[in-house]
Design a protein around this ligand. Structure first.
Ligand code: PXP
Length: 256
């Protein structure tokens, strides 16, 4: 199996803003965290501006656009308001995610197949503005085919089901979810799509995913920000980077 080049690590800093917003005020500052992440080896920064602004704010996006040297991956729902914000900033990448107000986090992938026409029109102006458009979807052929048809250049496969099953000790299910992610990474790559994976990844679950030869980028947030409480943000990122790189080594074998 030929291994692709260096796997990119996108660090999602949303939950620095969650902690800040628990008290209002200005700290901890997500832009400062993003700059530290950059120094610690993050290849990109991901931030999700939610419709309800529960964590990242409009001012955070302004600050990130101004301060970052690595690319910003701007996560957003497919709404007119978000499209206008993205077109104003023209971030390197825009990742389209489903959003429900009542959810704690992004629970599933986008239903692209059912909304093909609308999404094709929606992403057109973003692509014309030079943003790389990524679509966050489940490891499902129907969704991958639809993402390809609407002209997305990138798909991000939702690894939440794999990670949840693993963390809850349902290892057979975790293995099935991992197999689906692996097979669908390969399928999407075969269609010419760039493959990213994200959601729920931890030190315990990252390596089998990092070993997918077709994966180009992993986006990881909640676990890293939590781990930063114990190790500091730089060391928490460095350890994730180390595990990812080790899984890319030709001799790597997943733990049995
Ligand atoms: N990728 C996407 C598209 C996401 O929406 C998120 C956050 O919900 C992540 C990656 C990061 O997930 P986590 O914070 O669980 O690492």
């Amino acid at each position: 199996m030929g291994f692709a080049g260096k796997l990119r690590l996108g660090v999602n800093i949303d939950h620095v803003a969650t902690v800040r917003n628990a008290r209002g005020g200005a700290y901890p500052d997500p832009v400062r965290a993003a700059k530290l992440a950059e120094e610690a080896g993050a290849d990109g920064i991901t931030a999700h501006l939610r419709e309800d602004r529960r964590h990242i704010s409009d001012a955070d996006i302004d600050g990130l656009m101004e301060a970052l040297e690595v690319p910003l991956n701007f996560e957003m729902a497919a709404t007119e308001e978000m499209q206008a914000i993205a077109l104003r900033h023209k971030p390197h990448a825009v990742c389209i995610v489903p959003e429900k107000r009542e959810e704690k986090t992004t629970e599933g992938g986008l239903e692209v197949a059912r909304e093909e026409n609308r999404l094709a029109h929606f992403i057109g102006p973003l692509r014309e503005a030079g943003c790389r458009v990524s679509i966050f979807i489940a490891a499902d052929k129907r969704q991958i085919d639809a993402a390809n048809r609407i002209g997305a250049e990138v798909i991000e496969l939702h690894s939440g089901a794999y990670c949840d099953a693993f963390q809850e000790g349902r290892f057979d299910e975790a293995e099935r979810e991992l197999t689906a992610l692996r097979e669908m990474s390969s399928y999407a790559h075969g269609l010419g799509l760039e493959v990213h994976v994200g959601h729920g990844l931890t030190y315990d679950t990252v390596q089998p995913v990092a070993a997918f030869p077709e994966a180009m980028e992993l986006n990881i947030g909640h676990f890293i920000i939590g781990e930063a409480i114990f190790r500091g943000l730089g060391p928490a990122i460095a350890e994730m980077r180390r595990l990812m790189d080790a899984a890319r080594e030709p001799g790597y074998r997943a733990a049995e």
